[in-house]
Every structure is written in C-alpha cells, then in structure tokens.
Write a protein that binds this ligand. Structure first.
Ligand code: ADE
Ligand code: ZN
Length: 337
C-alpha cells in the first residue's frame, strides 16, 4: 500500500491547465463588485444568494446562470482583473501553464468590443508570465448553440488580434449541436495556423467525439468522458494519442456522472487514453485544478505516480513551445525528487 499524496504534494505538483473557461472563474464577490462598478443589476440580493444558486441539474441549468452572471463583465479592466485573480489562484495550486477558453460571442452580443476581451485577458497573461512564472494563451470557443455565421464573424474579428491566440474550441449546450455544423469555421481557423480542440462527449454521445476528430480535426477532446462507453473509441483515442481534458468536479456538479467514485477517469487511463485533470468553471463547481487533484485522490485513490502522469500529460498535450514544455517537465522532475 502506498500512502496517498498529501495536499501540499499535489498542490505543488507542476501542471498545465488545459480546460478552463475564464468566465467560469467569476466568483460571486467579484461579480457583485463588477455589477456595482458597471451599473449592471444582478437578479440576486447578495453574494450568498447568488452562491446559493449553484445547484445544477444538467449542463443547460448551469449555462443559464453562467451567461447571466458574465453580463457584469464590460471593460478591458474587468477581463484583466478576472484573469489576474484566476492566475494567482491557479499558480498557488501548481499551475505553470494555462490555456484559457473564452466565449467572445457572448460578450460581443452585449456590445463589449472583442478587443476589450482579448486585450484584458491577454494583458493579465503577460503579467502572469512576468510575475508568477505562468505561461499561457487563449483558445477562442465558438458557441455551438449559436448560428455558425456568428462563429465565422467572431473568428474574423479575433484574427485581428492573433498574438495570444493559440487555437479555437467549441462549447456551450452540446446535445443537438453536433461538431459537423462547425467543420467550415474550424477549417478556416486551422488555415490561419490555429490549433483546434472541442468539447465533445460531456453530455453528448460518443459519436460527437468521433465527429470532432474526423470533421474538425481536433488535437485534444474536452471532457470526452463518454468515450468510456465505447471500447472501440477508447482504443482509437489511445492508439492515436489524443488527450482528453477531463474535469472531475464539473462532471459531478453537472450530473454527467452520479458521483466522483463512479467517474471513468481511471478506466480511461487504464485503457491507455491520455487523460489530464482540469477545473472547467471552478467558481461554479467547487474547486480549482489542485482541488480536482485532491478530490480524485480522495474518491478514486489516485496515487502520486498517477497524479504525476496526469500532470506530465497536461504539459505534453499543451500548445506550449517545445522548450517551455521541457522546462515544465524538468520542474516535475524536481518536484519528484
Ligand atoms: N462545461 C461546459 N460545457 C460546455 N460549455 C461550457 N461553457 C462553460 N462551461 C462549459
Ligand atoms: Zn468546458
């Protein structure tokens, strides 16, 4: 019997976060602060009343609150402050590289210029690189429940600010919005030199994972946990080395798994699938990435060796330059000894 790794050991483990919606890091206290500053009315009387809404029945029930609350984000400074706070917390939990999803269509629809969104988040990333030693970039997510023309328009706008843009992704309500709808806009993003990822197999069927691979050409699958229902698909993911960005606490809160002890993470890992551990929307789901590592240790008995493998995979599966990946793997070597 090996002793379980301590909290400090897991939090200190150098890791990359590859599945994090920056809007999902909006904690209730900052939401109220920004609402006051920007004259936006939240339909809740207090921080406590807002936090009391965080009891979700499925993905859509979460998304309704997520989009409503992000309405407080209006200025470049708001996005910078949000990102600064996330990166500080993440750094304290061992994150050394972070690839941040953002949902520009939701902000542009409220009249926020995409430049304010990208420059705010990008500015905070540049600061974190300098002050915290955390590298990173942005992944523009298309909202799959919005028309594809809107995705096309936001890609065109974002390509005027390509500096910190690593890639494109696909998120929001999954069932009924298969990846195939977005093949054209993904092809255009890849032609522009961007990486591609997509949420698939969170609530949607394993066939959406297959579509994301075959029709969007994704390099990583976000969530992807429903691959565990399909042995042939697991074998394909393992053979092709396709990483999954798994978010254990999110899956419990959105009821895609009944509880953490039933989570397929270790079944996927045992089938040879490259899994990484991430937080998704930590302000809403009860924990940042380090908290996810602690939770899978407690519920699934994840060992130090397994945690190290997940962290190494997160670094290797990131879109960081090769030299940066080597630096981060060396940091894991140092953690180990
Ligand atoms: N878990 C999730 N799934 C799909 N879209 C999202 N947007 C923010 N979080 C999401
Ligand atoms: Zn997500």
């Amino acid at each position: 019997m090996t002793t379980p790794p301590s909290d400090d050991t897991l939090l200190a483990l150098p890791k990359a976060e590859l599945h994090l919606h920056i809007e999902g890091t909006l904690e209730p206290d900052l939401a109220f602060e920004l609402a006051g500053r920007n004259g936006v009315e939240l339909p809740y009387a207090s921080v406590e009343e807002l936090a009391a809404q965080y009891d979700f029945s499925d993905l859509q029930s979460f998304l309704d609150l997520y989009y409503a609350t992000m309405a407080v984000l209006r200025t470049e400074d708001d996005f910078a402050e949000l990102t600064r706070r996330y990166l500080r917390t993440a750094a304290a939990q061992g994150v050394r590289h972070a690839e941040l999803f953002f949902d520009p269509q939701a902000h542009v629809a409220r009249g926020v210029p995409i430049e304010a969104v990208i420059d705010g988040i990008g500015g905070a990333l540049a600061e974190a690189e300098r002050d915290l030693g955390v590298s990173g970039g942005l992944i523009l997510c298309f909202l799959r429940d919005q028309p594809v023309e809107s995705a096309d328009a936001v890609l065109t706008a974002a390509l005027t600010r390509p500096e910190r843009l690593l890639g494109v992704g696909l998120d929001s309500a999954e069932v009924g919005y298969p990846p195939e709808l977005f093949a054209g806009v993904f092809a255009r993003a890849k032609d522009a030199g961007l990486h591609a990822v997509a949420h698939a197999g969170e609530e949607g069927p394993p066939s959406y994972i297959v579509q994301a691979l075959d029709l969007l050409g994704v390099e990583r699958v976000d969530h992807g946990i429903r691959a565990a229902e399909d042995p042939e698909l697991m074998a394909r993911l393992a053979a092709d080395g396709i990483p999954l960005t798994v978010c254990p606490l999110s899956n419990v809160r959105l009821r895609t798994v009944p509880d953490l002890s039933a989570h397929p993470l270790l079944r996927l890992d045992a089938a040879g699938v490259r899994v990484t551990v991430n937080s998704d929307d930590p302000a809403y789901f009860g924990g940042y990435v380090g908290d996810n590592y602690l939770a899978i240790r407690d519920a699934l008995g994840v060992t130090a060796e397994q945690a190290e493998r997940f962290a190494r995979t997160s670094i290797d599966a990131s879109f960081a330059p090769t030299a940066r990946k080597a630096e981060l793997q060396a940091a894991v070597d140092a953690w180990r000894s």
